[in-house]
Design a binder for this molecule. Structure first.
Ligand code: NAD
Ligand code: 2VS
Length: 482
């Protein structure tokens, strides 16, 4: 048990409807001041085994529960999230250092929405039957079995429930493994789900390090789906672990997304979109970290962007006025700083930031903007996952598209232009799972979401979530004798 921001959080695993401890523990630190917030159960192979066993046992009954009953329970979970919204917001801010104001007004309402959306989508899920020479084809979405869901720390509960909700709606049982840098709200979710009447063993939460409890979980032969959000190197290990069992995978990975600013764009809007890329202190997979700007408007755009960057308030994420909080962890902070130092050493020119915010101490990193980056520099290719943007210029649309696509990633792209025809032409040629035109991070859960190239495998959202979390079946029935 831990008391975090005044909220009691159980720091054990949640397996088969019971709290289960481990002999070992790990210390969870708050990014706000790097002080311990909780000692958390440190699971391994035994806990992964116990959780998969509990989930496998709960599967037959849950998979046969009616759609209406599953939807009712998911709605009850959403209500529980709403009821505890402020507590969830406070605990998540203490745990991962993201802004309390985002948690209150964006993230936690979205957590509740994840449950409501997939509950309602389940009730509408269907397919028109079709006929083959008088034979009726009927497609059904059968529950697949035990799902292992592995999630990162940058938006812990939002990204966990984006998987948990459709997996449960589909009639599966779940073992959730949250990131070890932000383990707490997943535990609160287990409490909320139990209070909402979710049967024991349908949702299990195991805590611990990825290599210790995550690895045996994804290698388990009784796991029928793995959905992972995180980094590319971890995705490779998970895919390798899944291979012997041929476990179907969904992978939502990193990015190095572009923001293209054309000369015909509203430059104030473009600068607003650019400064948004520092949200969550840059720890956003979708962030458009490569600003690609038409050379003819680059000076004016840069001036407007720097004006906005200069007005960002960096500080304690518990303060409603703060725009940029800390990096998640000392190790991550050092990694971000390493990228910045090497970019400067390679000859990139620093237009803003360029180092830690030493006034605040700890893990606060200044919003950083580089320009004149030498071709081939690491900072143009690798995902930093911090408040670091680069600005490059182009002279033709052709060149802009080529630069945008010159990456191993393909998660998202943002286009700022005043010309609808250009918008259609350019977005058609971009390699990305999501393209935003004159907007950013407008999300509709009906839409497919995921990445191309190294940004991922598969898509989730709406029907695509159910296609992934179900075993689709086609039943062909011959005409009945009259
Ligand atoms: N595309 C998206 O939707 C999306 C969303 C958010 C974050 N991300 C990406 O996530 C990354 C940042 O998150 P992170 O640092 O937590 O990623 P990470 O890959 O280090 O860890 C993610 C999760 O995987 C677990 N894990 C680690 N090794 C494992 C193993 N061998 N087997 C099973 N599980 C293991 C970790 O414990 C954690 O829970 C960035 O690359 C970011 O772009 C992507
Ligand atoms: O940092 C990554 C944010 C990902 C967002 C989603 O997965 C979503 O909006 O569903």
């Amino acid at each position: 048990m831990a008391k975090v921001a005044g909220v009691t959080v159980d720091t054990d695993h949640w397996i088969g409807g019971e709290r289960v401890g481990s002999a070992a523990a790990f210390t969870d630190l708050s990014p706000i001041d790097e002080r311990p917030v909780a000692e958390v159960a440190r699971g391994g192979a035994a806990e992964a085994e116990a959780a998969v066993t509990a989930a496998a046992r709960a599967f037959p009954a849950w998979s046969r529960t009616s759609r209406e009953e599953r939807a009712r329970i998911l709605h009850a979970i959403a209500d529980g999230v709403d009821k505890r919204l402020e507590e969830l917001a406070q605990v998540e801010t203490a745990d991962n250092g993201a802004l309390i104001r985002s948690h209150r007004r964006g993230v936690m309402p979205r957590v509740a929405h994840n449950f409501r959306f997939f509950a309602d989508w389940l009730l509408r899920l269907g397919h028109e039957d079709f006929e083959t020479r008088g034979h009726r084809n009927h497609v059904s979405w059968d529950p697949a079995g035990v799902c292992a869901l592995i999630t990162p720390w940058n938006a812990p509960l939002m990204l966990a429930t984006w998987k948990v909700a459709p997996a449960l709606a589909a009639g599966n049982t779940v073992v959730l493994k949250p990131a070890e840098w932000s383990p707490l709200t997943a535990s609160l979710l287990a409490d909320i789900a139990a209070e909402a009447g979710l049967p024991d063993g349908v949702l299990n939460v195991v805590q611990g390090y990825g290599e210790e409890v995550g690895a045996p979980l994804v290698a388990h032969p009784d796991v029928r789906r793995i959905s992972f959000t995180g980094s590319v190197p971890t995705a490779r290990s998970i895919a390798a672990a899944a291979a012997p069992n041929l476990t179907p995978l969904s992978l939502e990975l990193g990015g190095k997304s572009p923001l293209l600013v054309f000369a015909d764009a509203d430059l104030d809007l473009a600068a607003d979109l650019a400064v948004e890329q520092y949200d969550n202190a840059g720890q956003v997979c979708l962030a458009a970290t490569r600003l690609l700007v038409d050379a003819s408007v680059a000076a004016e755009f840069t001036e407007r962007l720097l004006d906005r960057v200069g007005r960002l308030v960096q500080g304690d994420p518990r303060d409603e006025a703060t725009d940029i909080g800390p990096q998640i962890h000392r190790r991550h902070f050092e990694r971000v700083d390493g990228f910045v130092r090497r970019a400067a050493a390679a000859g990139a020119r620093t237009l803003a930031g360029g180092g830690p915010n030493t006034d605040l101490g700890g893990l606060y990193y200044r919003p950083t903007l580089f320009t004149d980056v030498p071709e081939g520099a690491e900072i143009l290719a690798e995902e930093v996952f911090g408040p670091v943007l680069t600005l490059q210029t182009f002279t033709t649309e052709e060149q802009a598209v080529a630069m945008a696509n010159a990456t191993r990633y393909g998660l998202a792209a943002t286009v700022a232009t005043g010309d609808p025809e250009r918008a259609a032409r350019v977005s058609g040629r971009l390699v990305a799972g999501t393209v935003w035109v004159n907007c950013f991070f407008v999300r509709d859960l009906r839409a497919p979401f995921g990445g191309s190239r190294e940004s991922g495998v598969g898509r989730e959202g709406g029907d695509w979530s159910f296609d992934f979390y179900c075993d689709l079946k086609n039943t062909v029935t011959a005409p009945w004798e009259k």
